[in-house]
Each structure stands twice: as C-alpha cells, then as structure tokens.
Write a protein that binds this ligand. Structure first.
Ligand code: DTR
Ligand code: CA
Ligand code: ZN
Ligand code: ZN
Length: 437
C-alpha cells in the first residue's frame, strides 16, 4: 500500500465503511486460509535453547547426565516452557544405578486420543560433557516445534505428544521404562514415534531412519524438495530411543546427522564437510558444547521435524497423496523493490506436470495487495498466481492455487517469485510447496 502507515488506518476504515455501504470488503475466506504448510522453525530460537542447556551444564559440574543435578535442571527448564505454552506435562520417575531418573511427557490438548503421534529425544548427556549435540540438538528442536504448535494455534487432527527421555546414554533406560509401562491399550494408540538424537553434528550427514515407510517418505520427500540428498541411517536399530518403540510394534522413524563414524569422500561430495573426519569429533566428549553445532543442519532438521509433525498429525493417515516438494526457508521481500524467489527441485516425476498442480503459497506480509506472486516453471514459463491489487488490505497470502501446468516438464527447478510493488508494508516468503498427484 503506497500510503504512510499513519494514513493506512484511515484508508482501511474508509474501505471498510465503503464495504459496509456497498457490501462487505471480502475478508479472506476459509478456503483462502487453507491449511498452511508447517511454519519455519526459527533456528535462532533452537540455538537459544542450546545456550540455555549449556548454561545449565556449566552451573552443574559440566554435564547433564542421569542422576546429576544438571539433568534435573534440564528437565525443569524444558517443562517450564511447555507448561507456559499450555501443554499437559507429566514427570515420570524411575530409578537406575541407585539414582532417580526422569522422563518428561508433554501432551498437546485435543486431537483424536486414539491416534497418537509422538516425537521424542533423550535429554541426558554423558558425564564427560554438556551433550549439546548429543542430545541437546534433538531436545531443543522438538521443544521449539512444540512451542511453534502453540504459537501458531495449529490444531492437530491426531493427538500430539512429545517425550524427553532420561538415561539414554546408560542403555535407553528412560524410553524403555516409558514403553514398558504403557498398557496394551495405550500402546496401540501410538501410531508413530519420531526420534531425534544428534541432528546438528558439526560435520553433518543427512540420514533418515529406514523403518516405517510412511515416516521415511515424509522425511525423504521433504529433503528432496530442498534438493538435499539423504542416506538411510544404517548404524543400527538399537542405537537410540526409537528401539523400545519399534520392539513394541510401533511404527518409528527419525533423523540423524552422524556420530563417531567417518564421513566418506562420496558423502563429502554430496553434503560438503570434511571427508575422512568423524561426523562429530566431540562425540561423548567434553567438547560437545554449543561450539559443536552445525547451524545449517540444525535449521534444516528442525524444519524437517515441523514438516513431519504437521504432515503426520493432519487428518490423513499418510502424507498427501503423491509427491510433495517443499521449501520453508524464509526469504525477505524488499519493500517496493526487486522480485525475490524461492525454489523447489522436483525429481522422480516422469513426463509432464499435471493439469491440476497444487501450488502451496505461504507469505507473511501486511497489505497483501502490494504483492505480485508468480509460479515460474523450469523452462522459465511464468504463471501468475496473484496480481497486484491496490485495494486488497488483508494480510498474508496463505493458500493453495491449482495451476494447469500440463505443458511443462515436471522435473526441474520450480520457483515462486514474489514482488512488493508499493511502499510501507513488508514481509517474507515463509513456505512454497508443490504437490504432484
Ligand atoms: N547412541 C546415540 C548415538 C547414535 C549412534 N548411532 C545412532 C543412530 C541413530 C541415532 C543415534 C545414534 C547416543 O550416543 O546417544
Ligand atoms: Ca528454519
Ligand atoms: Zn550419546
Ligand atoms: Zn544421543
């Protein structure tokens, strides 16, 4: 809108009044507020949780291990944030090696109680150090995702539950205790468990657990949409907290960026980083501090976690039919400036795109009338999704467009192009998603 902010309110009032007189100015319809892609998880927030866990270790003998004060302080830290965000939290106690251990379970009120989707991470460290990658990274990422569910007001169709496990380093003690103490009825309600243990290794790989195919596909399609290759996690099923769930017959999945194994030259070719060096040289060491985190891996995996939780808790028992290619990296839109783009790399689709290509657009921007939004096909063909409109004062473009892209080859890089053509309102691209039937 090309009016100074101080005049905008008057303009809006004028339009509203005109609307009342001449039929209401159309507010965004429910269809226009169609289901929004999972939000971008701000990596700065995740890093702040890691800094807080580092401070806790510093104040408690340098670690956050089972039976030590640093672990209970970590539990209290996470619980306080979840209580404040409206979660129903439960502290489950157990004893191991003569010390009291704790699992923290957090339930999001609502959703189908007979269909539970659970995400978990172990919160304990080894005694040698603060355990920021192992496993502050997983714990902080699911904490921020839980806070994002509350922040956005997302209402999962299925019941969403989170778990932070104690004494994983001593043999998956906390998660085993939790699963063993589920009644058969409660256990049968858990339709999926997602595990996140070491998701920001400094020399990262992008590994996806090859257990439940639906969960695996959800993660692999997400990374494919970003053009990031993944590998199957092959270090062994028994190596983290998904094992007790899998042994109980619950579908499991998860993400991993590698521990003390060495990155090969082929892996360094596809992911960058250093061949011949461990994914995490500080594994189970005192140097596993906030300096032992790869921010890009933390960001990508946090966003992948949110994508999976939004997808798997939606009304369908499987991800949307077909292949989804999505990018949730934020892109700032310059006020009254040059167009910006975000893209997805479509692979594995034979032939042309469909006549009903679903284009999910999520743009956070005041006075959306300023914006022109286009889909640009791999060959450069432009499909206008939204024209400039001097009178559309509503905020945000969060909807799914259907485009006849049948003349386009499906595979390749598709772009969402956005330009702000008036001053005084700003925003950013929050997400772009293509769904092929
Ligand atoms: N046992 C985990 C680290 C670990 C090793 N391999 C995997 C595979 C999948 C997840 C985690 C791991 C720990 O030290 O916490
Ligand atoms: Ca992010
Ligand atoms: Zn460990
Ligand atoms: Zn771990």
């Amino acid at each position: 809108m090309n009016l100074p902010a101080r005049h905008r309110a008057l303009a809006v009032a004028g339009l509203a009044l005109a609307g009342l007189l001449a039929g209401a100015v159309p507010a965004a319809t429910a269809a226009e507020q169609a289901a929004v892609a999972a939000p971008d998880i701000p990596v700065a927030n995740v890093k702040q949780h890691l800094a807080d866990l580092q401070s806790i270790a510093n104040a408690n003998g340098g670690n956050r291990a089972h039976g030590r004060s640093g672990y209970r302080a970590s539990i209290d830290f996470v619980k306080a944030k979840l209580d404040a965000a409206g979660y129903t939290t439960t502290l489950q106690q157990f004893t191991y090696n003569g010390s009291t251990g704790y699992n923290l379970i957090a339930d999001r009120p609502g959703g189908d109680p007979d269909q539970v989707i659970m995400a978990g991470s172990h919160l304990d460290s080894v005694t040698a150090g603060p355990g920021i990658n192992d496993n502050g990274s997983g714990s902080a990422a699911i904490l921020e995702t839980a806070l994002a569910v509350a922040r956005t007001g997302y209402q999962p169709a299925k019941h969403l539950r989170f778990g932070w496990w104690g004494a994983e380093e001593l043999g998956l003690v906390g998660s085993k205790y939790y699963v063993n103490n589920l009644s058969s009825t409660e256990r049968a309600k858990i339709k999926g468990y997602l595990n996140f243990d070491m998701i920001a290794s400094p020399n990262p790989g992008y590994f996806v657990y090859d257990d439940d195919p639906t969960i695996e596909k959800t993660f692999k399609d997400y990374f494919a949409g970003l053009g990031i290759p993944t590998e199957i996690e092959t270090e062994g099923d028994g190596r983290s907290d998904h094992a007790p769930f899998k042994n109980a017959g619950i579908p499991v999945g998860g993400l991993f960026t590698g521990a003390d194994y060495t990155k090969t030259s082929a892996q360094a070719q596809k992911w960058g980083g250093t061949a011949g060096q461990a994914f995490d040289r500080c594994y189970h060491s005192s140097c596993d501090t906030t300096a032992n985190i790869n921010d890009t891996a933390l960001d990508r995996n946090s966003d992948a976690i949110a994508h999976a939780i939004w997808t798997l808790t939606s009304g369908t028992t499987t991800p949307p039919a077909g292949k989804v290619f999505e990018n949730t990296t934020d892109v700032a839109i310059p006020d009254n400036g040059a167009a910006v783009t975000t893209s997805v790399n479509v692979t594995g689709i034979t032939g042309n795109a469909p006549g009903n290509l679903a284009v999910g657009v999520d743009i956070v921007h005041t006075w959306r009338g300023d914006l022109v939004v286009d889909l640009v096909a791999p060959d450069g063909t432009v499909y206008n999704l939204k024209p400039f409109s001097s009178s559309d004062s509503a905020d945000n473009v969060q909807t799914t467009y259907t485009v006849d892209a049948s003349s386009e080859t499906a595979n390749g890089t598709w772009k969402l192009r956005v330009q702000d053509r008036a001053t005084y309102d700003t925003g950013y691209i929050n997400g772009f998603k293509l769904t092929f039937p």
